[in-house]
Design a protein around this ligand. Sequence first.
Ligand SMILES: Nc1ncnc2c1ncn2[C@@H]1O[C@H](COP(=O)(O)OP(=O)(O)O)[C@@H](O)[C@H]1O
Ligand SMILES: O=P(O)(O)O[C@H]1O[C@H](CO)[C@@H](O[C@H]2O[C@H](CO)[C@@H](O)[C@H](O)[C@H]2O)[C@H](O)[C@H]1O
Length: 476
Amino acid sequence: MRQTLEALLAGWITHQRWFAGKGRAINDLAVEAATELPLRDLAESFHSDVAGSRGTTDHARQADTGQVTVRHIVITVSQDGHTDRYQLLLGFRPVLPQRLQHVSIGETDDGCVYDALHDADVTGLLLSWLATDADIGPLRFRHLPGAEIDTSPRSLVLGAEQSNTSLVFGDAYICKLFRKIVPGVNPELEVVTALADRGSPNIAKPYGWIEADVGGENTTLAFTQEFLRTASDGWALALTSVRDLYGSLPGTRAGDAGGDFAAESNRLGMATAHLHAELAAAFPTSTIEAPEVKRMVEGFRRRLDSAIGEVPELGPLAHVAHEAFDRLADTGRPITVQRVHGDYHLGQVMRTPAEWVVLDFEGEPGQPLRERRALDSPLRDVAGMLRSFEYAARHLLADHPEAESLLPRAEEWARRNREAFIAGYSAGGGRIEGDDAVLLRALELSKAAYEVVYESRNRPSWLPIPLAAFSARTTA
Ligand SMILES: Nc1ncnc2c1ncn2[C@@H]1O[C@H](COP(=O)(O)OP(=O)(O)O)[C@@H](O)[C@H]1O
Ligand SMILES: O=P(O)(O)O[C@H]1O[C@H](CO)[C@@H](O[C@H]2O[C@H](CO)[C@@H](O)[C@H](O)[C@H]2O)[C@H](O)[C@H]1O
C-alpha cells in the first residue's frame, strides 16, 4: 500500500542505528527542506568513463539510473515536545534494482523510495562536487585549500556501529554525514582543521565538507577525511586482547597472555597527552574556580537524575555517584579547562603503523553544540577512555557461560590497561596530580550515567556494563 513520504519515514527511521530518538513515540515528522540533486552530472561522468575498467557495468547502470530522482532531505522529528532535525539522501525509482532492494524504504506516489547513500552511482557525485566547490541549491560543497580530490573511487557505506553514516570511497576517503543536524559549525570540522594546520600527527587529514544554512546558521552537514586504510580501531584491538586472555589457561595474568594490550594502552595515553597539548595550543584555555566547579557538579547531578528517570535500575546505585560528586564539590580546587575531544573511547582511536590517530571530535552526539564546544577538563577524555577499558573488558562476558569465573580476569585486564594508559598520559606530559583522582572519578561516573541512557536506548543488552560502574567494586 502507498503511504505518504512522512508516514514511510516515521516507520523506517526508528529502525536506523543513527536515530537518536529511539524508545520515544514520534508525534510528528515533517519534511523541512528538499533539494533535488542534478543527476545530469551522473550521466556525464558515465560518458567520460567508458574507457575505464568500470565501462561495461556503468552502461548497464546508466540505463538503470535513467529515471532516478535523488533528493537531499532535512526532516524534523517531534518527540516529547522536543524537535530534532535529521538529514537523509533519498532515491526515488519506478522499480528498485536488485542491488538496492536491501535499502528500500517503501512506496509513495513518487515511486520506490530508498536510502540513496547506498547507491554508489549517485554518491560518486558528492566527491565531484567537493572537488569543484559546487553549490547545489542551498547545499555548499567545499574542499580545503590545496586538497587534491580524486573523484574516481566508488563508495560503500561503512558497516560500523555509528551515530552517523559514513561513506568510504575506495581506500582514499571517508565522508561522514552527520545524521542529526544541529545548527552551527560541527566541532569535528573546526577541531580537525585547526589541528591539521598545526601539523598534528594524531588526526586523519581533512579534505572537505558540505554545509548549508539551517535554522539561520551555517551548519556542517558532512565531513570528508583521509581513510586510514592500514589502521585498526582501538576497540577491535582491545577486544582481541581480552579474547586472548579469556582463552588462556586458568590463572594466566593479563601481562603474561600473548595478546597483552598494555604497551598499546600506554602509547595511547601518550598520544592523548600530545593531542591535549595541541588542542591547548590551538584554542583558548582557562581555569574554573570553586563556584564554577560546584556548578559543574550540579550538572553531573542533573544528568544522573535524568538518567534515573529514564532507567530506574540506576536509582538504588546512584549514591555511589553522589558520594563522588560531593567529594569533588568539597575539594574547592580550581580546574584547568581547554577544548577536549568530548566523547573519547576506544572506537574513536585508530592505530596506524606509525601512530594512534584520533577520530570523531564532535563530542557526545546528544548534547547541544554549545556544550560540546565548551572548554572542559582534559581529564574528561581520560575518564572516557578509562570507561572504554571497562567496556572492552566486560562486553564479552554478556551471555558467556563462564561469565562469573571470568569476571576477575576482566577486572584485572581493565585495571592493567587503565594504569598503563594513565602512565602513558603522564609520560606524554598530561597532568594528573593531587586531587585529580577525585575529578577523574566524578567524570567517570558522570560518563557512566550518560552511557546508561545511551545503552538503554540503543543496545539494551549492554546496559549491565555501565551499571557496573556504580558498584562499590569499581576502583578510582
Ligand atoms: N579516517 C578514518 N579511516 C578509517 N576508518 C575510519 C575513519 N574515520 C572513521 N572510521 C571508522 O568509522 C567508525 C565510526 O567513525 P566515527 O567518526 O566514530 O563515526 P560516528 O560519529 O558516526 O560514531 C570508526 O570507529 C572507525 O572504525
Ligand atoms: O557514536 P559515537 O562513537 O560518537 O559515540 C556513541 O556511541 C558509542 C558506541 O558506539 C558509545 O560508546 C560506548 O560504547 C563503546 C563500545 O561500543 C565503549 O568503548 C565506550 O566506552 C562507551 O561509552 C558512546 O558513549 C556514544 O556517545
